[in-house]
Each structure stands twice: as C-alpha cells, then as structure tokens.
Design a binder for this molecule. Structure first.
Ligand SMILES: [Zn+2]
Length: 171
C-alpha cells in the first residue's frame, strides 16, 4: 500500500498536534494566574516535567491532548493512514504518562489530569466551571483526579490504564 504520508508530512502533523496541545495549556495557565494562583512551569525535577506545578498544594496539573495521549473519547480517532505508526507512538506516550503518574505518587506529588476535550471542542466545560473544579480540587488530599467533559472524578492508575487500553483498541 502506498505511503501517503512521507516522513516530513508526518513530522509536520506531529508538530501541529503538539503546538495545539500547548495552546490549551496556555489557556488553563492564564485562567489560574488571573484567579490568583501561583505556579511553576515545566518543572524538570518532577516526574514528566508537569505543565503546571503549584508548590503550595504539592499539585501537578497535566493538560493532555486527546489524540496524542490516547483519551477514550470522541475526539480520539486513530488516523486511518499509518495507523500502526500512530498506535505505537500513542502507546509509548501512554506508557510514559502512566510511569510519570506512578512516580509522582511515590514523590507525594498530587496529579490533576485535564483532557483537551474539557477545554476545547463540542461539549467543553465553561471556563468558570473548569476553574471552579480545579479550585475545589487543589486544597484536597486527593492524589489523582481527572477532568473531562463529564467533570471531575478521582481515579486510580488501574482505571486510567483501562481507559487507555479501550482507546487504543477501538475498532
Ligand atoms: Zn478527550
């Protein structure tokens, strides 16, 4: 079968996805800043270099693109071309995400994972509501929560693993 995406094209696609991920991250960042929260960005000494880290709450906020990080949601659709390539790529991102969360737990760093679909696209959460969810979570002692279109919920590594599995094995 013909390879419709040559290497350059693929690299371009990946860059586009990555920079889109960055823009949703900036939205959350600005929102928190305006609400008076102070944080550090891309702290390299913490597992996975979290996007946003709030030392006061020992909390890392990670904003994940649905395709790039394998969210089991309508926004995640495996590309029809080079499907295996994408699957492998996303799988290794997912493995890394899980490892980072595990290591964060070990270092007593709490993790809030926010999916792209909660911030952008059909059915996204109202920004005020999103901020409210984050603000409520920060002072708790919950070690791992997820925000998606349905709102916020506390979760476990095991449940996260299961949702990744479902996303990557969709037909
Ligand atoms: Zn999603």
């Amino acid at each position: 079968m013909a390879d419709v995406h040559n290497k350059d094209q693929r690299r371009k696609n990946m860059r586009a996805i990555k920079s889109a991920d960055t823009s949703i991250e900036v939205r959350v960042r600005k929102m928190l800043w305006h609400a008076g929260y102070r944080y550090r960005l891309n702290v390299k000494s913490l597992p996975g270099t979290p996007d946003i880290y709030l030392p006061k709450y020992r909390a890392a906020i990670q904003i994940n693109g649905c395709l790039w990080h394998g969210h089991n949601c309508p926004q995640f659709v495996l590309p029809k071309t080079r499907t295996e390539f994408w699957k492998n790529k996303i799988s290794s991102n997912v493995q890394r995400d899980l490892r980072n969360i595990r290591e964060s737990k070990q270092q007593n760093v709490r993790v809030l994972l926010i999916w792209e679909c909660a911030i952008r696209g059909n059915g996204r959460l109202e920004p005020d509501y999103l901020l409210k969810l984050i603000s409520r979570w920060l002072p708790t002692d919950d070690s791992l929560s997820v925000i998606d279109k349905q709102g916020i919920r506390s979760t476990s590594l095991k449940d996260l693993k299961a949702q990744f599995h479902e996303a990557l094995n969709q037909t």
